[in-house]
Unconditional design. Sequence first.
Length: 376
Amino acid sequence: MTPVSSGESAEDRVTVRLGPRSYDIVLGRSMTARFGLFVRELLSQSQAALLVADEHTRKLAEPLTVPLEEAGFRTMLAVIPAGEQSKSLEQLAQLYDVLYELKADRRTPVIAVGGGVVGDLAGFAAATYNRGLPLIMVPTSLLAMVDSSVGGKTAINHPRGKNLIGAFHQPKGVWIDTDHLATLPVREYRSGLAEVIKYGVIRDPGLFETLERHALALRTGRASILPSIIARCCRIKAEVVEQDEYEETGLRAILNYGHTFGHAFEIVGAADHWLHGEAVAAGMMCAVRLAQRIGYLEDDSLLARQEQLLQAFELPIRPLPHWDVEALLAAMQRDKKATAGRLRFILPRCLGEVGLVDHVSLAEVRQVLCERRAAS
Ligand code: GLY
């Protein structure tokens, strides 16, 4: 990570090294005025730009049109309804219509201003319209800053499965202005902290310890250390993506720690409206309990430390007792990461080290899911 000085404020820059598809993640505060220059330096020939936001992030996207126009871009802003249901073929088709109206050509950037839903939908539109347009990510939620805006995964949902229709399409640049977090509801912010904890467990004991030390300040989002924590997560994500861009070697799969359980909680518990990070939090606890049960976990203290940290951020540590265990197991077997119905989990060995385990019996997973009844 190279701190670069620009005008009055300092920015951090994390480079994702992917040969011709390399790009920078620029991270700082109060950066709106410099956004036009950032995009212009990436795309010297473009004349137009499409910003995509949802109803909540529209107020963050509108101010970005000013520096873009000053930098010579004719801009349009498409606003989609907030929420996962916008990752649909219908919303995608509407974005294609807007791109057509804008007379978008192969140099026209799609600029996604928002959380994971906006990034996934706008990213997939960019991946597919006119056989591919440049994509700029402006993540405004903590979760999108540390995870979904980096790495090139774009997707919409199929009625039978989340993210089933998608493409790898790396952005040309990622612009993280931590001022954008000020408008984020606290529950969403804490949900993002689950993914931050994830990075500590899978790869970075030092990050995990920093989170433990600053838990009180981080709970409210007021910790001055937050920008450097976000940059550290981006660096880890970049390192993983650089080594396994297309999720072929198994390394990138470590980013899915807690997600096999978590996705099942999101599906079966849809009526309870857990946020993604909340499902991942409870999923990470199920994963560590499963690791302990099958004798994979070498350092038992991780279980208590992870639980304490999640609780400090008021994140759930168990699935809800009324969720049907057999429905959860069925959802896990349908997960696109399961091979031929065989469950695969990223499980921890110790703090900073996880592995892919695919020899777990259904009975053991059932036990972990049932434990919650005894304990709750
Ligand atoms: N969010 C997991 C990945 O990007 O691979």
